[in-house]
Design a protein. Structure first.
Lengths: 296, 567
């Protein structure tokens, strides 16, 4: 191939990459993001890889298409009986390896930001010190996420294995969180494997029986500005049975003040419900004892 | 070809025309009782293609259900059963055994052997496969399994899926696995011991190299999944708790055991189709394969690394960082030998004279499609990115790019390339090319948009989805594409049936190919070779043609023309 042809090929690759850019911005080619910095960082890392991948893709496909058109059998054409070229072969082996070293480096650069939660912002919810290890300040709002066929239960507690959690605030399906606050999740399952995933808030993490899994997110303030906050949708991402498709999850991000009101209300509602239940049970057991029967 | 026939009347040295030494056995019973590797190969191919059609119909039903949001064509249970049957069928009953079919038919012919090393074991392999398929499909009359082809515990435990479907799946894994294991040992013994004189390891056809590697990978990985499903069977029926976390077991154990087999399985499926490409491309480019040693060696390197990457299927499970990093790096490494293969194939086409047969079209379609499947594989190997795309339609698209756009296209290339040898008749090229274009365009219509569906948040294995984002449009496009593929496959199937009766008579070497199977008549006689030629290069058939040309007293002009065409 002459140098002019090579130049034209490179130009075509560049044009292809540019043509790809608007499609990518329509978010058909990149993951969901925007709800939390780890989701944004994954999105950024993905875009870096996409650029490298696009170049590789267009070069390889370009060569393939060029070869299949240019070297069609024609009258008088004679196939060159070359059996290999060690220099060339070592070249593309090393080339492929270099591309992978670049990708690995980019990944490791981004990895810390994706994995390690930052501190809550000053305008976030004010939290007491805990012994939790995650953000540098040692403070996070911890929520225990429990997957069960076919819904999610959220318990607002620091120690998910603690039996006292029966009194903790909990909710099903919709998780309410304050903005600008680092929320850490301990993910469990009580029956089969599930997978926690809210695309705009970062990656997915499996809930496997007998194990705990961890992730975090921190929702920017703008999502909590209007009353009622913003809802982020997600659903279970690991096959968990017939209603797997209906095991949805919602995260509603509200301002810290609204969160505190919700939390307090929720706590009182739960206590009231507990008392009512206890009373009902007591009445029932008393009447049961009066009838002289065994446990029913 | 014409030269070969002509040469036979001139008694050339070496003798190139074999003749039948005994009457061909016919009838149903001859198939049931056969130990002839060619008949067994045909039975493999016929039954696996039948399973391919069944698996394809299952896929079409799923695509119909997903054609629009919140559709209620199928119940959730039926949908779960369909994707379980589809995945299991395509993996265990199509791609893996169809390769064994081609291998059975062509490995002995390509290495100059008269049969496989253990003909009776060979028949056993086939009948075990059939038994596995029957046991599995019998479950549709009771309760088909609904745990996906991966059957993750605890979902597959009797607490959650008490029906016999999971047991049918377990027995399918056992029976087909045992069949493959026996078959692999047979391939290994055949290739190691029965090569024609002069065929050293450096002259082994590349397809045979990949079958050898396929066999070793199966021998290494199948016992692990066999153990895994046996533990599952014990958990389900005999009160053990290997996978039960509440009683000291671990669901992660199942995932590790399954994927220790499951990932090599991917290469078990795709490597032999790489081998088919490495045979087809040089023949129709009229050029030797570019870098024979690199292509053969990369097969072995891929297989070795393929044993070290299984936990990249488990990046979202609770696993230590060091595990994630290790499996990311090992998965990266696999891209190197795979890239080497792709560059070597392109270099094989480079400065060739490419003859556009259907087999060549499928091979080039394979390379073009597989490149994209490989590239999305790199995204998946980077575990933070995998956290977003894992278990979504992005993954579904990725593995269909490698296994359908890759392996299945390779299998069709093999079908079009070897059909004349197996039946003695040519396939209809026009119909074949039409079939290719429907399959190729249909394939990309179906699966390209699935990357976007996954990135928009659509998990796999869901029977319905809400009408959010572009999901409705993307899924409709996908469904239209799936039916386009089906039409393409249908054309090829009609082509096969038609060509059996009406195809042009092929003769021994219609493609001017390079390997030894083209030395014998089409279809080959029961004993394959009357005379086993001495092998002098990687392309023994090219040598034979050249020798015949040189020795037959053809007029100088005609000889030059034929030689020129051959390069």
């Amino acid at each position: 191939m002459t140098s002019r042809r090579l130049f034209l090929a490179l130009l075509a690759v560049l044009a292809g990459a540019l043509a790809l850019a608007p499609v990518a911005s329509a978010d058909l080619l990149t993951p969901e993001s925007g709800g939390s910095s780890n989701a944004d960082d994954i999105d950024t890392l993905y875009k870096y890889v996409l650029v490298v991948a696009a170049v590789v893709f267009f070069v390889v496909e370009g060569l393939l298409i060029y070869a299949t058109i240019r070297f069609r059998a024609r009258k008088g054409a004679v196939a060159s009986q070359v059996r290999g070229n060690t220099r060339l072969e070592v070249g593309w082996t090393v080339g492929a390896a270099i591309i992978l070293v670049i990708l690995a480096t980019l990944t490791f650069i981004k990895l810390d930001e994706i994995r390690n939660p930052p501190d809550s912002s000053p305008e976030g919810l004010q939290l007491a010190d805990t012994s939790r290890r995650l953000p540098p300040s040692g403070k996070s709002l911890n929520i225990c996420v429990n997957g069960q066929q076919y819904l999610w239960r959220y318990t607002y507690a620091d120690d998910c294995e603690n039996a006292d959690n029966v009194d903790a605030v909990f909710s099903y399906e919709e998780m309410v969180v304050p903005t600008e606050t680092t929320v850490t999740l301990d993910i469990y399952s009580q029956d089969v494997a599930h997978s926690w995933w809210i695309p705009k808030l970062g990656g997915k993490f499996d809930a496997v029986p007998g194990y705990s899994n961890h992730t975090w997110f921190k929702v920017p303030a703008k999502y909590g500005e209007k009353p009622g906050g913003t809802v982020f949708f997600g659903q279970c991402a690991e096959l968990c049975g017939q209603n797997h498709a209906n095991m949805t999850a919602r995260v509603r991000a509200v301002s810290p003040a609204e969160f505190e009101r919700w939390y307090e209300q929720r706590r009182r509602d739960i206590q009231a419900a507990r008392r009512a239940q206890a009373q009902a049970q007591q009445t029932q057991s008393e009447s049961g004892a009066a009838a002289g029967s065994d446990e029913s | 070809m014409a030269a070969t026939a002509q040469a036979s009347t001139l008694t050339p040295v070496p003798q190139v025309v074999a003749h039948r030494v005994e009457r061909e056995e016919r009838g149903f019973l001859s198939w049931l009782t056969t130990t002839d590797h060619k008949k067994i190969g045909i039975m493999y191919l016929v039954s696996t293609f039948a399973f391919f059609i069944v698996g394809g119909i299952e896929a079409l039903l799923m695509r119909l259900q997903l054609a629009q949001p919140s559709n209620d064509l199928l119940t959730p249970q039926t949908f779960n059963q369909l994707f379980t049957m589809h995945g299991t069928t395509m993996v265990f009953l199509f791609v893996v055994p169809v390769v064994a079919g081609f291998g059975n038919y062509f490995v002995p012919l390509m290495i100059g052997a008269r049969d496989m090393a253990f003909p009776k074991l060979n028949a056993l392999s086939f009948w075990l496969l059939t038994a596995g398929g029957l046991v599995f499909y019998a479950s549709i009359f009771f309760d088909a399994p609904e745990c996906g082809w991966t059957c993750y515990s605890p979902l597959s435990d009797d607490t959650y899926l008490p029906s016999g479907g999971v047991d049918a799946w377990i027995f399918l894994v056992h029976l087909t696995g045992l069949g493959s294991l026996v078959g692999s040992i047979n391939f290994y013994a055949t290739i190691a011991n029965m090569r024609a004189p002069g065929m050293g390891w450096g002259r082994l056809p590349l397809f045979v190299w990949t079958i050898l590697t396929y066999s070793v990978l199966l021998i290494l990985s199948l016992p692990v999944v066999a153990a895994g499903v046996t533990l599952l069977l014990a958990d389900r029926h005999w009160g053990t708790n290997f996978y039960d976390a509440a009683n000291g077991g671990s669901p992660m154990l199942w995932q590790h055991l399954f994927w220790f087999f499951g990932h090599p399985e991917v290469y078990i499926m795709v490597l032999p189709t790489f081998g088919i490409l490495s045979e087809v491309l040089p023949v129709f480019a009229r050029k030797p394969i570019f870098g024979y040693k690199a292509v053969a060696a990369s097969t072995i390197v891929i297989a070795f690394l393929g044993l070290l990457v299984w936990a990249h299927h488990m990046f979202t499970t609770p696993s230590p960082s060091i595990v994630l990093v290790f499996f990311m790096m090992s998965s990266f490494l696999i891209a190197v030998p795979t890239g080497v293969k792709i560059f070597n194939w392109i270099a094989t086409l480079w400065r060739g004279t490419i003859h556009y047969t259907t087999a060549l079209l499928f091979s080039v379609g394979f390379v073009g499609t597989f490149v994209l499947g490989g590239i999305t594989g790199i995204f998946l190997a980077i575990f933070p990115i995998d956290w977003q795309v894992h278990d979504t339609y992005f993954v579904v698209a990725h593995f269909h790019y490698t296994l359908m756009g890759g392996a299945v296209f390779g299998i069709f290339a093999g079908l079009y390339y070897w059909f004349p040898k197996m039946t003695g008749r040519m396939m209809h090229e026009g119909m074949g090319k039409a079939s290719f274009w429907f399959m190729f365009i249909g394939f990309h219509t179906t699966f390209l948009v699935q990357h976007s569906a996954g990135l928009e948040g659509m998990p796999r294995r869901i029977y319905e989805y809400a009408d959010i984002g572009n999901l409705a449009t993307l899924n409709l496009i996908s469904t239209i594409g799936a039916f386009t593929i089906a039409f393409g496959v249908l054309l090829s199937m009609i082509n096969v049936l038609r060509s059996l009766k009406t195809g042009a008579v092929a003769g021994p070497d219609p493609w001017k190919a390079n390997t030894l199977e083209w030395f014998v008549p089409s279809p080959p006689p029961k004993n394959n070779f009357d005379v086993i030629p001495r092998i002098r290069s990687v392309e023994p058939m090219k040598d034979i043609r050249r020798e015949v040309l040189a020795q037959s007293r053809v007029p100088a002009g005609a000889a030059a023309g034929a030689a020129g065409d051959e390069g």
